[in-house]
Write a protein that binds this ligand. Structure first.
Ligand code: SAM
Length: 254
């Protein structure tokens, strides 16, 4: 994890920079970037956007940020439509653990990358961190079942939950939109024993989606599957984080 963070920030000059964090989620990356920005001692600001900024998440993030909050604007916005940002107004875009949710087939991600390209200044930097698909091996079965059950429930609702991309596909999409890749690195799978927050978030989301399905018997059996996944992770005592890659690039042409 530390190695991954070090790779993300290696060679970046954050002094006085305008940074777009897309998307906020629970705010882990926003806090990281705010700490690094503050450490430069120079002015700068972070705009942290998410399509949903629930009050309890914003309250928790605000508390975590403490005095760093003066560097951060938390804003509800859709990555596909960042109209509040003018062309060429951002120095750095960070997109951590989010592109899989932006990539409805065949390649909706391209539209998000175009929006990042538009808001970045010439030579501005984009850093993408994302996960590969979970591996279907006994050792990673808790994560595999968790992720694929969510995908299945959303598919039953007629929606796409997530679509993982391989680094080569992201690189091709980036080059298509006008970015030049400056570095990429893959980090191996790891286990987290502090799985409760992720499981809780997952369970709430999948149960809410299940409740919207129009088939009562299927709802009942899906609720049992959700409980079984929770038990599996609990019995294993950990959740696997699939292999993660970082791609760093710069805006090449307008
Ligand atoms: C896994 S979270 C991001 C984690 C976050 N970067 C962190 O460090 O904690 C993915 C987020 O993407 C957001 N998201 C999905 N589609 C979006 C969109 N079109 N615009 C903005 N945010 C979006 C979701 O609401 C979710 O909060």
């Amino acid at each position: 994890m530390r190695e991954l963070r070090d790779y993300i920030f290696a060679g970046l000059d954050l002094r006085g920079k305008v940074i777009l964090d897309a998307a906020t989620g629970a705010g882990g990356a926003t806090v990281d970037w705010a700490q690094r920005l503050q450490a430069t001692g120079a002015k700068g600001r972070i705009i942290s956007v998410d399509i949903a900024q629930p009050a309890h998440i914003v309250a928790a993030l605000t508390e975590r940020l403490g005095s760093l909050l003066e560097l951060v604007e938390i804003r509800e916005a859709d990555i596909f439509a960042l109209e509040f940002l003018t062309d060429g107004s951002v120095d750095i875009v960070n997109c951590d653990d989010t592109i899989i949710f932006l990539n409805d087939p065949p390649l909706r991600l391209l539209a998000a990358l175009r929006e990042f390209h538009r808001v970045l200044k010439a030579g501005g930097q984009l850093i993408i961190t994302s996960e590969l698909a979970a591996e279907r091996e006994e050792e990673h079965m808790g994560q595999w079942r968790r992720w694929n059950l969510a995908k299945a429930v959303f598919a039953l609702k007629g929606e796409t939950w997530s679509t993982e991309l391989r680094p080569q596909e992201v690189a091709l999409a980036l080059e298509t939109v006008g970015f030049a890749i400056t570095g990429q690195k893959c980090f191996p799978t790891r286990k987290i024993e502090d799985y409760e927050p992720a499981m809780h978030e997952w369970e709430e989301l999948v149960l809410a989606a299940t409740d919207k399905l129009p088939w009562p018997e299927l709802r009942t059996s899906l609720r049992s599957s959700i409980a079984a996944v929770r038990k599996k992770v609990h019995d294993d005592g950990y959740l696997s984080v699939p292999p993660t890659y970082v791609i760093k690039c710069t805006k090449q042409h307008a």
